[in-house]
Design a protein around this ligand. Sequence first.
Ligand SMILES: [Zn+2]
Length: 416
Amino acid sequence: MIDKININNKIYPIKLKKNVIVICLDGSQKEYFESAFKENLMPNLKKLIDQGLFLLAQSSIPSFTNPNNISIVTGQPSSVHGICGNFFFDSESQKEVMMNDPKYLRAPTIFEKLNKEGLKIACVTAKDKLQTLLGSGLNFKNKKAICFSAEKSNIASELKNGITNVNDWLQKKVPEVYSQELSEFVMAAGVKLLNEFKPDIMYLSTTDYIQHKYKPGHLYANKFYQMFDYYIGLLNSKKSSLVITADHGMKSKSKKDGSPNAIYLQDILSDKHKNDSTRVILPITDPYVVHHGALGSYATVYLKNLSNIDNIIKTIKNIEGIFEVLKKDEACHKYHLPHDRTGDIVCMSDENMAIGSSRKEHDLTNLKEPLRSHGGVFEREVPFITNFKQIKLQSDQKLYNYDAFYYAMNNAGENL
Ligand SMILES: [Zn+2]
């Protein structure tokens, strides 16, 4: 009988002494934890760290939600799994295509592989945009897999999610999509699944609505982390191997007057390079833009012809607030991006700057608080919190958020 499995070039044990729980706490810049600790709002997490570790890891680039959630559940960056944003520009069809369909996934998830080995999988996500990708390849017929979103918990079915009547079962109504309750729903479901379904592997992924709106230490941010701590108290035990990480950090991107601090890149390029056809793609754009107005820190630019690429790069480099501009090849090599889903130029903005396309395309009317967003290298640092100490890194080895399952499972494995 095999006791180890190779999934996307990492070796995982499949005989586990503990259950494995990984939580992706969306948009959790480390300062949110520090502020909540200062107010003594996270006693359970403090206890957990006393047994384990509070490390910092790197997210994959772009530091967006979907690419990083998929990195965490495949154990690899987007060059391997193919998901590099909420959508991409398909140069063949000349269309911008949403990337939430499993057909765009190029690597199996850890869940799919382990479920085939007979392990029980539970996966709960806040927004539905991730659910189909995370549940890809799971067999819901054998009663060994559950995967659903809080947002669409009312339509979860045995056939598609491995569970039905979620709201009655949890005694919670479907929360508002823009709310703290959406994340709380995920955590409450996680506790109930742990106690009743008893999964071998559980993944909980929240939403960053609160982090987009409120800076670390804000009353509402602190309340969120206090809520999270309550559920950590119920999830953490000697029977679990637990890792808490984030998909990306979150930085302020507003001017002193509270308006968004943004470069409207398409406007600049269309104005300065009238004879070149340029198309700015912002992979942060998705149907849920109320809290960030589709302004992030990462953009990729497609050119009709490459003859003037050096001049266009020069223009972008000269824009104040741009941090890095790379040609496709360099960007894909440096940041492990999929070549065929990346534009001819990749650029990222400074810590407190965002990148937009054309000003007229960004509806900012619903953006009530000063802009906070992510997507670039400055939002790459994320917490990596474990309830165990067994992480040994070589001196030149980096820790990534997508190592979460690797360490959690190896800690739970029989050989340790
Ligand atoms: Zn996120």
